[in-house]
Design a protein around this ligand. Structure first.
Ligand SMILES: Cc1cc2nc3c(=O)[nH]c(=O)nc-3n(C[C@H](O)[C@H](O)[C@H](O)COP(=O)(O)O)c2cc1C
Length: 184
């Protein structure tokens, strides 16, 4: 049964390398809107989308994130980040930061997945990112970064989704069908 939505869901994978090709404005705007089209508890619509295409800002965030893990001595995370060339956003040309109120983690996740699936369906690589949360939560840096991204009062970092044209040849993760159980 051919279906482009189902195809996109199964084709999506986390892309950790991007070409330098920009994503056009119309596509970026469309992807941002898919986050707002997501359902939310009691239709609370707790997610704002901040679209960042400023590579200098992303590099500054990357340095701050790594500095946080160094400060905390998080060697396992640092080793993983170093094995990825000290990249957190993987040089993706656009990153969607999802700011959320009322700690609505489920709503953020659904909004992020909307962007991810939509990006995949448009032929764009993408990756959902949780690691940036540290600079928005560390009392030493939170106010700076929330201000830099223009978070409204009372909003917290939820997730980011980076997107662009994929430069790697990864594949979707294996699915363990034993995780599906039926009670009839
Ligand atoms: C909530 C969430 C946060 C994530 N944060 C990161 C991250 O900060 N950095 C990263 O490289 N991958 C991150 N990932 C990607 C996961 O590592 C990835 O989804 C998982 O390994 C499965 O691979 P797949 O997405 O290719 O299917 C995150 C995924 C989710 C859902």
């Amino acid at each position: 049964m051919p279906n482009s939505t189902i195809d996109a869901i199964f084709a999506r994978r986390s892309v950790r390398a991007y070409t330098a090709q920009k994503v056009d404005d119309e596509t970026v705007d469309l992807l941002a809107r898919t986050a707002l089209a997501a359902p939310s508890g009691a239709n609370s619509q707790p997610v704002d989308v901040i679209v960042v295409r400023n590579s200098a800002l992303i590099q500054e965030a990357e340095k701050a994130i790594i500095a946080y893990f160094e400060k905390k001595g998080e060697t396992a995370i640092l080793d993983r980040v170093r094995s990825r060339n000290n990249k957190i956003f993987y040089d993706a040309p656009v990153s969607f930061f999802l700011a959320v109120k009322n700690k609505s983690a489920a709503d953020v996740g659904i909004a992020a997945e909307n962007i991810a699936i939509a990006a995949t369906s448009l032929g764009l690589g993408n990756i959902i990112l949780g690691l940036p949360n540290v600079i928005f939560n560390d009392p030493e840096t939170a106010a700076y970064w929330k201000g830099k991204l223009g978070f409204p009062e009372g909003y917290e970092f939820g997730l980011a989704v980076a997107a662009g044209y994929a430069a790697d040849t990864g594949k979707p993760h294996d699915i363990d069908l034993k995780k599906i159980r039926y009670i009839n």
